[in-house]
Design a protein around this ligand. Structure first.
Ligand SMILES: [Zn+2]
Ligand SMILES: [Zn+2]
Ligand SMILES: [Zn+2]
Length: 478
């Protein structure tokens, strides 16, 4: 299972002692119970399940009879870099959540949802200066980064070329870096990123307004007939700016017994796409200046707005290969759900551009704090906390309430499933403490009384961590 001979001596001793321990089987069950999480939370404590009517203790669980006197719960981190197991689970949840709202027929969303107009939209950031680009083969036009044109200015104010004749690989570190860092508008980049969630919010308001105008009704009257539902993720581009990918669907007004009715007015996907284009082009936000020396910037989305119809099962046979299907979109969105800006910066540790953005975030945050009496209502206060996100403070993935099911409901379903599979006594009550403190799965006639204490993060020893990682690798290979 694990090539112990290759391990350092200290680690080898820890592994050997675990493998020789009499409660190895129970320890392995603990590993399995948290899906071989890379950094589980260690807990010490007890819980009693009590019959609320008779007061009889139905089940007792205490960590004192567990291996090492500990119980474990998953770290729940969505980032692949932090925990392969939990990020895999998170990715699956996001896939199902997106899939349910796009394809229907699962997770309480009816199959008829595929008849509703649905599009996949991508909203980008504007340019803050030319950056190196990689171009996919097979597309029309040159694959060169920024071909030199015969006319116009060839050099920037700093004497650097405004062109680049190279063909860059997608993974080349130079991709996303400015042609001239001195020309690049870093402050503008940062201000846009900070207010991107506000731009998105204004976009949704504008879209609803345009939909009402298209239908020829007031917004209030329009809401009775058609509603906009969405699910979106923020993806970090190589230049360190986010863009939004969103599934946007039209429903009718939800009523008791039918939470997902079709819209009561006919709006085809092409019309929806046109309204989205118009709304995205119209949205503006005048961002406050960062300090007295700065200017007010009128922020907007980039000119590149991509909107494509998503076709459900119903008309699958009639669509060409280039069309988007619910599975394609769900997989695409889920792929980005386990990445973070920190990973982008980490993967490219020598990336001076991203480091520069990060440094600027910190610098502006310090300036905002030093603003004296104004600091309290400085809109850039708190910016420093988001340095690892390169100044993006929005939700990484979000959705309107009625898009489909919720992550909480998916987790509940999985917990019920795990419980039925494994011995309840082994799982213990610790499982729920780490998840969301939700006790609803127990019958109303029982009561859980317990006390838990945080005992640390990660496996107890490096040897345990190596064994858990080996178990995770084996589970992946199966
Ligand atoms: Zn984990
Ligand atoms: Zn280039
Ligand atoms: Zn320059």
């Amino acid at each position: 299972m694990l090539a112990t001979a290759e391990l350092p001596v200290g680690l080898r001793a820890e592994v050997t002692s675990r493998l020789a321990s009499p409660d190895l089987g129970r320890w392995l069950a603990q590993v399995q119970q948290v899906g071989a999480c890379a950094r589980p939370i260690r807990l010490v404590g007890f819980s009693d399940t009590i019959d609320a009517v008779t007061g009889e203790v139905l089940r007792s669980f205490t960590t004192s009879s567990e291996p090492d006197g500990l119980a474990y719960t998953r770290c729940g981190n969505r980032r692949r870099k932090v925990c392969e197991s939990c990020s895999h689970q998170y990715q699956g949840d996001v896939f199902h959540l997106i899939m349910a709202g796009a394809g229907g027929g699962m997770k309480d969303v009816p199959a008829e949802i595929v008849t509703h107009p649905l599009v996949f939209a991508t909203m980008t950031a504007p340019s803050f200066g030319p950056v190196h680009a990689s171009k996919k083969p097979g597309r029309p036009g040159s694959r060169r980064c920024r071909p030199r044109s015969g006319t116009g200015r060839q050099l920037c104010a700093h004497g650097r070329p405004l062109w680049c004749m190279s063909v860059h690989d997608h993974d080349a570190p130079v991709v996303g870096q400015p042609l001239c860092a001195d020309c690049y508008d870093y402050l503008g980049h940062l201000v846009w990123q900070w207010w991107a969630p506000e731009l998105w919010r204004r976009f949704t308001i504008t879209l609803r307004r345009m939909l009402a105008r298209h239908v020829g009704l007031s917004e209030t009257a329009c809401k009775q007939l058609v509603r906009v539902q969405f699910a979106k993720v923020a993806e970090f581009q190589r230049r360190g700016l986010i863009h939004f990918h969103a599934l946007i669907r039209l429903d009718g007004r939800p009523v008791a017994g039918d939470p997902f009715p079709p819209p009561a007015v006919a709006v085809d996907p092409d019309t929806l796409a046109r309204l989205i284009h118009q709304a995205a082009a119209q949205v503006r936000y005048d961002a406050p200046a960062i300090d007295g020396a700065d200017v007010v910037r009128s922020l907007r989305f980039g000119a590149q707005v991509d909107v494509r119809a998503v076709h459900g099962q119903a008309d699958r046979e009639n669509t060409a290969g280039a069309e988007l299907h619910p599975e394609t979109v769900a997989a695409y969105v889920a792929k980005y759900a386990t990445k973070a800006a920190a990973d982008l910066v980490g993967e490219q540790s020598g990336n001076t551009h991203l480091l520069r953005v990060k440094k600027l975030v910190r610098k502006v945050a310090v300036r905002a704090l030093a603003g004296g009496l104004m600091a309290e209502d400085n809109p850039y206060r708190g910016l420093g906390r988001w340095a690892d996100m390169l100044g993006f403070r929005g939700h990484f993935a979000s959705k309107s309430r009625r898009y489909s099911t919720t992550l909480g409901r998916l987790r509940q379903a999985r917990r019920d499933h795990v419980r039925s599979r494994l011995n309840a006594a082994q799982i213990g009550e610790a499982v729920r403490v780490g998840d969301d403190g939700d006790l609803a799965e127990l019958e109303h006639t029982t009561l859980v009384v317990g006390s838990w204490r945080f005992a640390g993060i990660g496996w107890l020893t490096g040897g345990d961590a190596a064994l858990a990682a080996a178990s995770a690798a084996r589970a992946r290979d199966d």
